[in-house]
Write a protein that binds this ligand. Structure first.
Ligand SMILES: [Zn+2]
Length: 86
């Protein structure tokens, strides 16, 4: 997720400019950041974020609670028992 790559680490596909949506847990909070610029694998869709942007995201995540979210999502949660039986 840090150093610049020309090819996908996972499948060897070509990377092109694109964006990705990040889902990040901070304690009990799930934070979503949309449209983050990234190099995206044209084959499998894996996204690679530059060190520069990664640094800015870390900065934001250290103080995200000071920012008003653009919106809140309701997210369904299930237990493993519901999903795969107990
Ligand atoms: Zn790939």
């Amino acid at each position: 997720m840090n150093e610049h790559l020309d090819r996908c680490d996972l499948c060897g596909g070509e990377l092109g400019p694109g964006t990705t949506t990040l889902e990040i847990w901070r304690g009990e909070d799930l934070i979503i950041i949309r449209d983050v610029p990234a190099d995206v694998c044209e084959q499998c869709g894996e996204a690679y974020i530059s060190a520069n942007i990664s640094e800015k995201l870390d900065q934001f995540l250290s103080e995200y609670h000071r920012h008003r979210p653009e919106r809140y999502l309701a997210v369904p949660q299930y237990s493993a028992v519901q999903a795969i039986g107990g």
